[in-house]
Ligand binder design. Structure first.
Ligand SMILES: Cc1cc2nc3c(=O)[nH]c(=O)nc-3n(C[C@H](O)[C@H](O)[C@H](O)COP(=O)(O)O)c2cc1C
Ligand code: SF4
Length: 428
């Protein structure tokens, strides 16, 4: 197996315990914060993160430096930073691994990001089934306060910042950044209209920056080692940094792996995830969680980075690969995901609220041997309509369905012709 040369975010990961503040400090932790508060202006920090080409790791890949710089210096106060640890995207568990490995890396990243946008309060929004993440963070935030890294006049500077851990009510849509702001305000978590962007008018109408934990954990390293160092970590030409990839499905060693961004999918599966289980061949995967598209077999060597994935007609998403083998029925798998999206739709707009149950019912009939050929154009039309929904939940949610029909139409047709699921016998 190729050694993991670029352990940055998971450098203090141990199988049985989290890194405490002393261990984090021993590995250079909180040096970046001291340097920022002493030598850098907020704009310098955004600029350096922009130069490093740090793209958001929560799914959309938006450049973090550009987002921070879009908070107007003249904008109103107070300002907020929200860390999105909702992590309900099926197949994704990297933020849980990261926080369990080294919580202070995220805390330091949050403080530096808050400094860059002059935020005085930060929320860590946590999925309720991640109670261990919430309680670890509550404990470690207190320790950081006692050490002078949080609270009033951090390290003797004029900058003050506090972090509050907020437990989510537990719906997938709460991870959509504007719905999350409604949830924190105690409102129903429907996504908000944009404009205004949250960097202009977010929490309680004040400028608010939302970032993913993995995005923020990279920040101290960029400040300490420089933008050039961060760019050089990547394997792909357009990438920067490492990536926490999750792999699940029929592989020998499912898990979360930190690798240079742009590592080929084939290498991720064969070397790091221990290859396919004996007797099971790679058929396809969803490369970035359930709201990305099935990847055809001829793209098995694609570089797992934002731009190469777009060129391949797909999305990197959260970089969480769900692997399917030749014995897995993709109609059944897509039905399973569509059931999830139908359940999790917030119901705000008609195409999504009505579309997912309709597509789910058609897929269910096909899977049960009750499908008709005319369902295929109907499903395609429904998916087209659903991409015009109010937020990006629906275009993401129909991605497996659209790509099922694009790349695996034969498999769907076989269900219809045989009037049964052809995989039922070989299911294990
Ligand atoms: C339905 C839905 C769920 C989402 N869930 C998450 C999530 O759990 N964590 C996350 O960081 N981003 C999630 N996102 C993306 C966020 O809206 C937002 O782009 C992200 O938190 C910004 O952080 P980043 O720029 O650091 O990636 C979700 C988006 C949608 C549409
Ligand atoms: S697309 Fe779905 S999740 Fe998004 S606002 Fe409409 S109903 Fe809600």
């Amino acid at each position: 197996m190729t050694p993991l040369l670029s352990q940055v975010l998971l450098q203090n990961r141990k199988p049985s315990r989290i890194a405490r503040i002393d261990e984090y400090r021993k590995s250079g932790g909180y040096e970046a914060l001291a340097r920022v508060l002493k030598n850098l202006s907020p704009r310098d920090v955004s600029h350096q993160v922009g130069e490093a080409n740090l793209r958001g790791r929560g799914g959309a890949g938006f450049p973090a430096g550009r987002k921070w710089a879009s908070v107007s210096e003249k904008g109103p106060f107070p300002r907020y930073l929200v860390t999105n640890a909702d992590e309900m995207e099926p197949g994704t568990f990297k933020d849980r691994v990261l926080i369990h490995a080294d919580p202070h890396m995220l805390i330091e990243g949050m403080i530096i990001a808050a400094y860059a946008v002059s935020a005085s309060k930060g929320f860590l929004f946590v999925r309720p089934s991640y109670e261990s993440v919430a309680s670890i963070m509550e404990r470690e935030v207190k320790i950081a306060e006692e050490a002078g890294y949080l609270g009033k006049n951090i390290l003797g500077s004029s900058f003050s910042f506090e972090i509050v851990v907020h437990r989510s009510g537990g719906r997938y849509i709460c991870g959509e950044s504007s719905a999350m702001l409604n949830a924190i305000e105690g409102k129903r978590p429907n996504p908000r209209h944009s404009p205004p962007r949250s960097t202009e008018a977010g929490l309680w109408g004040k400028p608010t920056v939302v970032n993913n934990p993995e995005t923020l954990a990279n920040v101290p390293h960029i400040i300490r080692n420089g933008a050039g160092w961060f760019k050089d970590l990547a394997r792909s030409e357009t990438g920067s940094g490492t990536k926490l990839y999750c792999v699940s499905g029929r592989v020998n060693r499912p898990g979360c792996f930190e690798l240079p961004i742009g590592t080929p999918l084939s290498e991720l599966i064969e070397e790091h995830a221990g290859n396919m289980v004996a007797g099971h061949d790679f058929k396809t995967c969803l490369p970035g969680g359930a709201s990305t598209r099935f990847l055809p077999r001829d793209l098995y060597n694609v570089e797992m980075d934002f731009e190469p994935m777009i060129k391949a007609g797909n999305r990197l998403g959260t970089g969480s690969v769900i692997v399917f083998d030749q014995n897995t029925c993709l109609v059944d798998a897509t039905l399973n995901m569509t059931e999830f999206f139908a359940r999790e739709s917030c119901g705000w707009c008609t195409p999504c609220r009505e579309g997912f149950p309709y597509v789910r019912d058609l897929l269910r009939r096909i899977e049960n041997g009750e499908g008709e050929e005319e369902y295929l154009p109907l499903i395609r039309t429904l998916c087209d309509e659903m991409t015009n929904s109010f937020c990006s939940f629906a275009p993401g949610g129909v991605s497996p369905v659209e790509s099922l029909l694009e790349f695996f139409e034969d498999e769907v047709m076989e269900h219809i012709r045989k009037r049964k699921c052809p995989f039922k016998r070989s299911k294990q």
